[in-house]
Design a protein around this ligand. Structure first.
Ligand code: NDP
Ligand code: KPL
Length: 338
Protein backbone atom coordinates (compact mmCIF):
# COMPACT_ATOMS: atom_id res chain seq x y z
CA UNK A 1 0.00 0.00 0.00
CA UNK A 2 1.32 3.51 -0.85
CA UNK A 3 1.07 5.85 2.09
CA UNK A 4 0.10 9.49 1.65
CA UNK A 5 3.21 11.61 2.35
CA UNK A 6 3.62 13.49 5.62
CA UNK A 7 2.29 17.05 5.27
CA UNK A 8 4.60 19.94 4.45
CA UNK A 9 4.12 21.80 7.75
CA UNK A 10 5.24 21.25 11.38
CA UNK A 11 4.05 17.86 12.61
CA UNK A 12 1.74 17.36 15.59
CA UNK A 13 2.84 14.48 17.80
CA UNK A 14 0.96 12.54 20.46
CA UNK A 15 2.89 10.42 22.96
CA UNK A 16 0.50 7.58 23.83
CA UNK A 17 1.51 6.12 27.21
CA UNK A 18 3.64 8.63 29.11
CA UNK A 19 5.21 6.21 31.60
CA UNK A 20 8.98 5.75 31.93
CA UNK A 21 10.06 5.90 28.28
CA UNK A 22 7.02 7.86 27.07
CA UNK A 23 7.50 10.31 29.93
CA UNK A 24 11.06 11.10 28.86
CA UNK A 25 9.84 11.50 25.27
CA UNK A 26 6.87 13.65 26.28
CA UNK A 27 9.07 15.92 28.39
CA UNK A 28 11.72 16.50 25.74
CA UNK A 29 9.22 16.93 22.91
CA UNK A 30 6.98 19.29 24.90
CA UNK A 31 10.01 21.45 25.66
CA UNK A 32 10.65 21.80 21.93
CA UNK A 33 7.00 22.06 20.77
CA UNK A 34 6.35 24.78 18.21
CA UNK A 35 9.97 24.97 17.08
CA UNK A 36 11.39 23.81 13.76
CA UNK A 37 9.41 20.91 12.26
CA UNK A 38 7.62 20.12 15.53
CA UNK A 39 4.03 21.30 15.97
CA UNK A 40 1.86 20.62 19.02
CA UNK A 41 2.68 17.87 21.48
CA UNK A 42 0.04 16.02 23.48
CA UNK A 43 0.18 13.15 25.92
CA UNK A 44 -2.06 10.19 26.74
CA UNK A 45 -1.77 8.89 30.29
CA UNK A 46 -4.13 7.55 32.93
CA UNK A 47 -4.91 7.19 36.61
CA UNK A 48 -2.91 8.82 39.39
CA UNK A 49 0.00 9.47 37.05
CA UNK A 50 -2.26 11.55 34.77
CA UNK A 51 -3.79 13.37 37.77
CA UNK A 52 -0.33 14.27 39.05
CA UNK A 53 0.82 15.54 35.64
CA UNK A 54 -2.35 17.61 35.20
CA UNK A 55 -2.02 19.12 38.68
CA UNK A 56 1.75 19.67 38.92
CA UNK A 57 3.16 19.13 35.44
CA UNK A 58 5.49 16.31 34.42
CA UNK A 59 8.48 16.24 36.78
CA UNK A 60 11.63 14.97 35.10
CA UNK A 61 14.77 13.80 36.88
CA UNK A 62 17.59 13.75 34.34
CA UNK A 63 20.56 11.35 34.31
CA UNK A 64 22.76 14.11 35.83
CA UNK A 65 20.37 14.31 38.82
CA UNK A 66 18.87 17.69 37.86
CA UNK A 67 15.09 18.20 38.15
CA UNK A 68 12.65 20.22 36.05
CA UNK A 69 8.89 20.49 35.73
CA UNK A 70 7.27 20.64 32.32
CA UNK A 71 3.64 21.66 31.70
CA UNK A 72 2.24 18.96 29.42
CA UNK A 73 -1.14 18.77 27.65
CA UNK A 74 -2.32 15.40 28.94
CA UNK A 75 -5.58 13.46 28.78
CA UNK A 76 -6.84 9.89 29.08
CA UNK A 77 -9.27 10.44 26.19
CA UNK A 78 -7.58 10.26 22.78
CA UNK A 79 -10.90 11.12 21.11
CA UNK A 80 -10.67 14.60 22.68
CA UNK A 81 -7.53 15.34 20.60
CA UNK A 82 -7.30 16.37 16.95
CA UNK A 83 -6.05 13.77 14.50
CA UNK A 84 -2.29 13.53 14.71
CA UNK A 85 0.54 13.48 12.16
CA UNK A 86 2.68 11.21 14.30
CA UNK A 87 1.72 8.95 17.19
CA UNK A 88 4.45 7.57 19.42
CA UNK A 89 3.30 4.64 21.51
CA UNK A 90 5.33 3.96 24.64
CA UNK A 91 2.94 1.38 26.04
CA UNK A 92 3.97 -2.08 27.16
CA UNK A 93 3.71 -4.53 24.27
CA UNK A 94 0.61 -6.23 25.70
CA UNK A 95 -1.09 -2.85 26.28
CA UNK A 96 -1.08 -1.91 22.57
CA UNK A 97 -3.62 -4.35 21.00
CA UNK A 98 -6.52 -3.25 23.26
CA UNK A 99 -5.85 0.34 22.09
CA UNK A 100 -5.98 -0.53 18.36
CA UNK A 101 -9.25 1.28 17.58
CA UNK A 102 -8.42 4.38 19.63
CA UNK A 103 -4.95 4.56 18.06
CA UNK A 104 -6.35 4.24 14.54
CA UNK A 105 -8.95 6.95 15.22
CA UNK A 106 -6.24 9.30 16.52
CA UNK A 107 -4.14 9.01 13.36
CA UNK A 108 -4.68 11.29 10.33
CA UNK A 109 -4.78 9.39 7.00
CA UNK A 110 -1.12 10.31 6.38
CA UNK A 111 -0.02 9.64 9.98
CA UNK A 112 2.91 7.48 10.97
CA UNK A 113 3.15 5.49 14.18
CA UNK A 114 6.35 4.92 16.13
CA UNK A 115 5.85 1.98 18.52
CA UNK A 116 8.72 2.38 20.98
CA UNK A 117 8.59 -1.07 22.45
CA UNK A 118 10.79 -3.93 23.56
CA UNK A 119 10.20 -7.36 22.09
CA UNK A 120 9.10 -8.40 18.64
CA UNK A 121 7.04 -5.39 17.52
CA UNK A 122 3.47 -5.95 16.25
CA UNK A 123 4.40 -4.72 12.77
CA UNK A 124 7.24 -7.25 12.35
CA UNK A 125 6.45 -9.68 9.50
CA UNK A 126 6.89 -13.44 9.57
CA UNK A 127 5.69 -15.90 6.90
CA UNK A 128 1.95 -16.66 7.13
CA UNK A 129 2.34 -20.06 5.47
CA UNK A 130 0.34 -18.94 2.40
CA UNK A 131 3.02 -16.92 0.65
CA UNK A 132 2.30 -13.68 2.53
CA UNK A 133 3.29 -12.22 5.87
CA UNK A 134 1.59 -11.63 9.19
CA UNK A 135 2.47 -10.30 12.63
CA UNK A 136 3.60 -12.52 15.48
CA UNK A 137 0.55 -13.86 17.33
CA UNK A 138 2.17 -13.49 20.77
CA UNK A 139 2.45 -9.72 20.38
CA UNK A 140 -0.66 -9.05 18.26
CA UNK A 141 -3.26 -11.71 19.11
CA UNK A 142 -5.64 -12.19 16.20
CA UNK A 143 -3.71 -9.63 14.12
CA UNK A 144 -5.83 -6.71 15.36
CA UNK A 145 -3.05 -4.09 15.03
CA UNK A 146 -1.85 -5.56 11.73
CA UNK A 147 -5.39 -5.11 10.31
CA UNK A 148 -6.52 -1.91 12.04
CA UNK A 149 -3.40 0.20 11.68
CA UNK A 150 -1.30 -1.69 9.15
CA UNK A 151 2.40 -2.51 9.35
CA UNK A 152 3.29 -0.06 6.56
CA UNK A 153 2.40 2.92 8.79
CA UNK A 154 4.83 1.86 11.50
CA UNK A 155 8.36 3.15 11.78
CA UNK A 156 10.58 0.81 13.76
CA UNK A 157 11.62 2.47 17.02
CA UNK A 158 13.89 1.11 19.71
CA UNK A 159 14.83 2.84 22.95
CA UNK A 160 18.38 2.27 24.09
CA UNK A 161 18.04 4.00 27.44
CA UNK A 162 16.79 3.36 30.95
CA UNK A 163 13.93 5.09 32.77
CA UNK A 164 11.40 4.52 35.55
CA UNK A 165 8.39 6.10 37.28
CA UNK A 166 9.28 6.27 41.00
CA UNK A 167 5.96 7.97 41.88
CA UNK A 168 2.98 9.38 39.96
CA UNK A 169 4.00 12.41 37.90
CA UNK A 170 7.74 11.83 38.36
CA UNK A 171 9.80 10.39 35.50
CA UNK A 172 13.33 9.31 36.28
CA UNK A 173 15.57 9.23 33.22
CA UNK A 174 18.10 6.81 34.70
CA UNK A 175 20.47 5.82 31.89
CA UNK A 176 21.02 8.33 29.08
CA UNK A 177 20.75 6.84 25.63
CA UNK A 178 19.32 7.14 22.16
CA UNK A 179 16.56 5.98 19.85
CA UNK A 180 17.14 3.81 16.80
CA UNK A 181 14.62 4.39 13.99
CA UNK A 182 14.23 2.52 10.78
CA UNK A 183 12.40 0.30 8.38
CA UNK A 184 13.03 -3.12 6.99
CA UNK A 185 14.77 -3.51 3.61
CA UNK A 186 12.71 -2.46 0.61
CA UNK A 187 10.52 0.01 2.53
CA UNK A 188 10.51 3.78 1.90
CA UNK A 189 12.76 5.56 4.41
CA UNK A 190 12.01 9.19 3.49
CA UNK A 191 9.63 9.62 6.40
CA UNK A 192 12.17 8.04 8.78
CA UNK A 193 14.73 10.69 7.90
CA UNK A 194 12.22 13.49 8.50
CA UNK A 195 11.07 12.20 11.87
CA UNK A 196 14.66 11.48 12.90
CA UNK A 197 15.59 15.10 12.09
CA UNK A 198 12.58 16.36 14.06
CA UNK A 199 13.58 14.31 17.11
CA UNK A 200 17.18 15.44 16.82
CA UNK A 201 15.89 19.01 16.79
CA UNK A 202 14.23 18.24 20.13
CA UNK A 203 17.57 17.11 21.55
CA UNK A 204 17.46 13.36 20.93
CA UNK A 205 20.36 11.32 19.70
CA UNK A 206 18.99 9.21 16.84
CA UNK A 207 20.56 6.28 15.06
CA UNK A 208 19.21 4.83 11.84
CA UNK A 209 20.68 1.34 11.69
CA UNK A 210 20.36 -0.42 8.36
CA UNK A 211 19.08 -2.99 7.87
CA UNK A 212 16.77 -2.27 10.79
CA UNK A 213 16.43 -5.90 11.83
CA UNK A 214 20.05 -5.66 13.07
CA UNK A 215 19.02 -3.03 15.63
CA UNK A 216 15.86 -4.92 16.51
CA UNK A 217 17.55 -8.24 17.22
CA UNK A 218 20.49 -6.61 18.97
CA UNK A 219 18.01 -5.14 21.45
CA UNK A 220 16.17 -8.46 21.63
CA UNK A 221 19.38 -10.20 22.61
CA UNK A 222 19.58 -7.93 25.68
CA UNK A 223 15.91 -8.05 26.57
CA UNK A 224 15.38 -11.78 26.22
CA UNK A 225 18.35 -12.49 28.47
CA UNK A 226 18.88 -9.61 30.90
CA UNK A 227 15.20 -8.79 31.47
CA UNK A 228 14.15 -12.44 31.84
CA UNK A 229 16.97 -13.38 34.21
CA UNK A 230 16.56 -10.26 36.35
CA UNK A 231 12.85 -11.02 36.77
CA UNK A 232 13.50 -14.68 37.65
CA UNK A 233 16.10 -13.75 40.28
CA UNK A 234 14.40 -10.46 41.26
CA UNK A 235 17.86 -8.97 41.22
CA UNK A 236 19.58 -6.28 39.15
CA UNK A 237 21.87 -7.46 36.37
CA UNK A 238 24.82 -5.82 38.08
CA UNK A 239 24.49 -8.29 40.97
CA UNK A 240 23.30 -11.25 38.86
CA UNK A 241 26.35 -11.16 36.63
CA UNK A 242 28.72 -11.57 39.57
CA UNK A 243 27.50 -15.19 39.73
CA UNK A 244 29.23 -17.30 37.07
CA UNK A 245 26.35 -19.81 36.60
CA UNK A 246 23.85 -16.96 36.19
CA UNK A 247 26.22 -15.19 33.80
CA UNK A 248 26.51 -18.45 31.79
CA UNK A 249 22.71 -18.88 31.69
CA UNK A 250 22.28 -15.25 30.56
CA UNK A 251 24.95 -15.77 27.88
CA UNK A 252 23.27 -18.98 26.69
CA UNK A 253 20.01 -17.08 26.07
CA UNK A 254 21.95 -14.37 24.23
CA UNK A 255 23.48 -16.99 21.94
CA UNK A 256 20.04 -18.50 21.24
CA UNK A 257 18.69 -15.08 20.25
CA UNK A 258 21.76 -14.55 18.06
CA UNK A 259 20.85 -17.77 16.22
CA UNK A 260 17.22 -16.68 15.78
CA UNK A 261 18.47 -13.32 14.50
CA UNK A 262 20.74 -15.04 11.98
CA UNK A 263 17.74 -16.98 10.68
CA UNK A 264 16.02 -13.59 10.26
CA UNK A 265 18.99 -12.33 8.19
CA UNK A 266 19.98 -10.05 11.06
CA UNK A 267 23.47 -9.58 12.35
CA UNK A 268 24.14 -8.83 16.01
CA UNK A 269 27.55 -7.15 15.97
CA UNK A 270 27.80 -6.89 19.78
CA UNK A 271 29.79 -9.77 21.33
CA UNK A 272 28.02 -11.57 24.17
CA UNK A 273 30.81 -10.97 26.72
CA UNK A 274 30.89 -7.29 25.86
CA UNK A 275 27.11 -6.96 26.34
CA UNK A 276 27.32 -8.74 29.68
CA UNK A 277 30.14 -6.44 30.82
CA UNK A 278 28.11 -3.38 29.81
CA UNK A 279 25.10 -4.64 31.80
CA UNK A 280 27.33 -5.03 34.86
CA UNK A 281 28.19 -1.32 34.73
CA UNK A 282 24.81 -0.14 36.06
CA UNK A 283 24.46 -2.16 39.27
CA UNK A 284 21.50 -0.09 40.53
CA UNK A 285 19.38 -0.23 37.38
CA UNK A 286 16.48 -2.66 37.35
CA UNK A 287 15.22 -3.85 33.97
CA UNK A 288 11.73 -2.74 32.97
CA UNK A 289 10.53 -6.34 33.45
CA UNK A 290 11.82 -6.40 37.03
CA UNK A 291 10.26 -2.97 37.61
CA UNK A 292 6.89 -4.43 36.50
CA UNK A 293 7.26 -7.45 38.75
CA UNK A 294 8.13 -5.32 41.77
CA UNK A 295 5.12 -3.08 41.12
CA UNK A 296 2.84 -6.13 40.81
CA UNK A 297 2.06 -5.37 37.16
CA UNK A 298 1.94 -7.87 34.29
CA UNK A 299 5.37 -8.44 32.74
CA UNK A 300 5.85 -8.27 28.95
CA UNK A 301 6.24 -12.04 28.77
CA UNK A 302 4.39 -12.77 25.53
CA UNK A 303 5.57 -9.74 23.50
CA UNK A 304 9.25 -10.15 24.41
CA UNK A 305 10.23 -13.69 25.42
CA UNK A 306 7.41 -15.81 23.98
CA UNK A 307 7.43 -13.85 20.73
CA UNK A 308 11.15 -14.52 20.28
CA UNK A 309 10.55 -18.23 20.93
CA UNK A 310 7.74 -18.13 18.34
CA UNK A 311 10.01 -16.58 15.69
CA UNK A 312 12.64 -19.21 16.54
CA UNK A 313 10.03 -21.95 16.13
CA UNK A 314 8.83 -20.50 12.80
CA UNK A 315 12.43 -20.60 11.56
CA UNK A 316 13.31 -23.99 13.07
CA UNK A 317 15.81 -22.54 15.56
CA UNK A 318 15.75 -24.23 18.97
CA UNK A 319 16.04 -21.99 22.04
CA UNK A 320 15.59 -24.24 25.09
CA UNK A 321 17.03 -21.80 27.64
CA UNK A 322 14.82 -18.93 26.50
CA UNK A 323 11.86 -21.30 26.30
CA UNK A 324 12.42 -22.39 29.91
CA UNK A 325 12.93 -18.82 31.15
CA UNK A 326 9.65 -17.85 29.44
CA UNK A 327 7.75 -20.69 31.09
CA UNK A 328 9.22 -19.84 34.51
CA UNK A 329 8.08 -16.24 34.11
CA UNK A 330 4.60 -17.35 33.06
CA UNK A 331 4.47 -19.42 36.22
CA UNK A 332 5.59 -16.44 38.33
CA UNK A 333 2.88 -14.35 36.67
CA UNK A 334 0.23 -17.00 37.34
CA UNK A 335 1.30 -17.35 40.97
CA UNK A 336 0.93 -13.58 41.45
CA UNK A 337 -2.48 -13.51 39.79
CA UNK A 338 -3.89 -16.34 41.93
N1 NDP B 1 11.74 1.45 31.27
C1 NDP B 1 12.86 1.25 30.55
O1 NDP B 1 13.96 1.54 31.02
C2 NDP B 1 12.78 0.70 29.17
C3 NDP B 1 11.58 0.28 28.62
N2 NDP B 1 11.55 -0.11 27.30
C4 NDP B 1 10.31 -0.55 26.68
O2 NDP B 1 9.50 0.58 26.43
C5 NDP B 1 8.11 0.22 26.48
C6 NDP B 1 7.43 1.11 27.51
O3 NDP B 1 7.97 0.74 28.78
P1 NDP B 1 7.93 1.66 30.06
O4 NDP B 1 8.03 3.09 29.69
O5 NDP B 1 8.94 1.09 30.99
O6 NDP B 1 6.46 1.35 30.59
P2 NDP B 1 5.55 2.14 31.62
O7 NDP B 1 4.63 1.15 32.24
O8 NDP B 1 6.41 2.96 32.53
O9 NDP B 1 4.75 3.12 30.68
C7 NDP B 1 3.56 2.78 30.00
C8 NDP B 1 2.56 3.84 30.41
O10 NDP B 1 1.42 3.74 29.59
C9 NDP B 1 0.27 3.82 30.43
N3 NDP B 1 -0.87 3.22 29.78
C10 NDP B 1 -1.09 1.92 29.50
N4 NDP B 1 -2.27 1.76 28.86
C11 NDP B 1 -2.81 2.99 28.77
C12 NDP B 1 -4.03 3.47 28.25
N5 NDP B 1 -4.92 2.66 27.69
N6 NDP B 1 -4.28 4.80 28.35
C13 NDP B 1 -3.41 5.63 28.92
N7 NDP B 1 -2.21 5.24 29.44
C14 NDP B 1 -1.93 3.92 29.36
C15 NDP B 1 0.70 3.07 31.66
O11 NDP B 1 -0.19 3.31 32.73
P3 NDP B 1 -0.34 2.21 33.90
O12 NDP B 1 0.90 2.37 34.73
O13 NDP B 1 -1.60 2.60 34.56
O14 NDP B 1 -0.40 0.86 33.22
C16 NDP B 1 2.10 3.65 31.86
O15 NDP B 1 2.06 4.92 32.49
C17 NDP B 1 8.07 -1.26 26.88
O16 NDP B 1 7.97 -2.05 25.72
C18 NDP B 1 9.43 -1.47 27.55
O17 NDP B 1 9.88 -2.82 27.47
C19 NDP B 1 12.64 -0.01 26.49
C20 NDP B 1 13.83 0.39 27.00
C21 NDP B 1 14.02 0.67 28.39
C1 KPL C 1 17.68 -3.21 30.52
C2 KPL C 1 17.38 -2.70 29.15
C3 KPL C 1 17.94 -1.30 29.02
C4 KPL C 1 18.10 -3.67 28.21
O1 KPL C 1 17.78 -5.00 28.47
C5 KPL C 1 15.93 -2.62 28.78
O2 KPL C 1 15.63 -2.46 27.62
C6 KPL C 1 14.84 -2.76 29.75
O3 KPL C 1 15.02 -2.53 30.96
O4 KPL C 1 13.73 -3.07 29.31
Amino acid sequence: MTLPPLLDRPLDICVYGAGAIGGVLAATLTRAAGTGDLGRVTVIARGRHLDAMQRQGLRLRSPDGSHETIAVTATDDPASLPRQDVVITALKGHQIPPEADRLAALMAPHARILPVVNGVPWWYPIPDGAGGTKGVEEVDPGGVLWRTIGPERAIGSIAYLGASVPEPGLISYDIAGYLDLGRLPGQDRGDVARIAALLEGAGWMIRQTEPFQNALWTKMMSNCSLNAVSAITRTSNGLNLKSQPIRDFTAAIMEEVRAIAAAEQAEIAMATDKRLDLAGRNPEFKTSTLQDLEKGRPMEIEPIFAAAVAVGRARGVPCPNLDLATEILRQVDRSLAS
